[in-house]
Design a protein around this ligand. Structure first.
Ligand code: AMP
Length: 429
């Protein structure tokens, strides 16, 4: 007997019931993103490995340990979206055509991580990026942060905590890493083996480590904003002022450092403080990456910033209530009477099937139970799945009428069949 084939570890099948929820999340998110003037961009799911090395940094954990490289040709599955969007912006000359561009994307990302709850090897992100001659506009930092919070709230999520920090310019960030090394140097032996290695390669990552021992070490170090000069402090103050004015609560978290090389300036993370996510409670994160534009060949003065939210973690954080509120019901469920049980040759059944197709062709979503079933059972399913029931039987077909039942108010009325679509469309808006 052959073994059954299973999906690769750290991936998931999104089955139809859940796929509905995914579509609803994407639809809601799309609406919000459009309200803020962002447009969709779709880039390949694999790129030259070199792109990720140059943007995320040779020493980042993602490049060092988590890249899923394709066997041939120096290509890798994308571990995140920003590098590709910046590459695409520059490669397609959008800096010349339109200057400022606001993008969003949805899609799978790939990281060869050790799978656990909330941490997958194929996961999905909703991301947004603003790129253009905006290297020093704190409005955009505020906009991007507000947008990410608004997106999560639009999906019904509460109990969110926004943490922000300022990494400063590349030179100031370097200073910060020296400060961290200085403070950690006597405790390297107490760190986990990964962090011992990170000490030399990417000291920022140690602050993110979930290992209990490392957390104890990290708790004792003192970080403030002494790595920043006045200009960077003023910039960050403006961002904070805007967040306060726009009524977005936040907390300044000096320990919040992003492990990717491209981040400079303000960075942020939104975590879910309710139950269910355990240690992987970051729903999304982002920040400024001005120098990435120049690293990938853009002209001076170009800057960028953005964020990505993890869809799987959003779903883990959603309670049943939020999931339900996103669930869009069918417009109509077609319920039929007086069919001989199981007789698919019944002429009423044929008329019902024809009517179902007429309703759909008119752009009204509709379904029915294809296997003839008793009336109460059909009404039960209609109540769960649809906004209206259209009820028909031999009499209705003779009279050219249908019974239209509003499943919310439980009221019903008989209407001429030729007015059904118009009436439904009116009631559905
Ligand atoms: P990052 O690109 O690392 O800044 O992550 C942004 C968001 O993507 C995180 O806050 C998570 O919600 C999600 N995410 C990142 N890595 C994973 C993963 N391995 N599995 C599931 N979600 C992830």
């Amino acid at each position: 007997m052959t073994n059954k084939l299973a999906r690769p570890r750290g991936t998931s099948d999104i089955l139809p019931d859940e796929a509905n929820l995914w579509q609803d999340i994407e639809e809601k998110a799309r609406k919000v993103l459009k309200v803020y003037g962002y447009k969709e961009i779709r880039t390949p799911i694999f790129e030259e490995t070199e792109l990720f090395k140059r943007s995320l940094g040779q020493t980042s954990d993602v490049v060092q340990k988590q890249m899923l490289e394709l066997e041939k040709e120096g290509l890798s599955l994308r571990p995140e979206g920003t590098a590709s969007v910046v590459r695409s912006y520059l490669e397609n000359g959008l800096d010349k055509n339109q200057g400022l561009a606001k993008f969003f994307y949805f899609g799978p990302m790939f990281r060869g991580e050790r799978p656990q709850k909330g941490r997958l090897r194929q996961f999905h992100q909703i991301g947004a990026e603003v790129i253009g001659p905006i290297s020093a506009f704190p409005f955009f930092d505020a906009e991007v942060i507000v947008l990410s919070v608004h997106l999560l709230e639009a999906l019904g999520l509460r109990n969110l905590k926004l943490k922000i920090n300022n990494l400063g310019t590349p030179a100031e960030k370097e200073k910060l890493s020296d400060i961290l090394r200085e403070q950690l140097k006597d405790q390297v032996k107490d760190l986990c083996s990964d962090c011992q290695e990170r000490f030399g390669r990417n000291v920022f990552r140690i602050l993110d480590c979930k290992n209990e021992q490392c957390r104890q070490v990290v708790e004792k170090i003192k970080i403030d904003d002494s790595h920043l000069d006045q200009r960077s402090r003023d910039y960050f103050s403006e961002v904070k002022n805007w967040l306060s004015k726009l009524q977005i609560p936040f907390e300044v978290a000096p320990y919040l450092v992003r492990g990717l090389d491209y981040y400079v300036g303000p960075v942020f993370e939104i975590s879910y403080e309710g139950e269910g996510l355990g240690s992987q409670n970051a729903l999304g994160a982002g920040g400024r990456y001005n120098s990435l534009l120049q690293d990938l060949g853009g002209h001076d003065g170009l800057g960028g910033l953005g964020f990505a939210l993890g869809i799987e973690r959003i779903i883990l954080a959603m309670g049943d209530g939020e999931k339900k509120s996103l669930d869009t019901p069918l417009d109509v469920f077609l319920v039929y009477k007086s069919i001989n049980a199981g007789d698919l040759r019944d002429s009423v059944y044929h008329k019902v099937f024809e009517l179902l197709n007429v309703i759909r062709r008119n752009g009204v979503s509709a379904d029915m139970l294809y296997i003839p079933t008793d009336f109460p059972k059909q009404m039960g399913v209609a109540g769960k799945r649809a906004r209206f029931a259209v009820i028909v039987g031999e009499n209705e077909f003779k009279e050219n009428t249908v019974m239209l039942k509003d499943l919310k108010s439980a009221t019903q009325e008989k209407i001429p069949a030729n007015q059904m679509i118009e009436t439904l469309k009116k009631r559905l808006c």
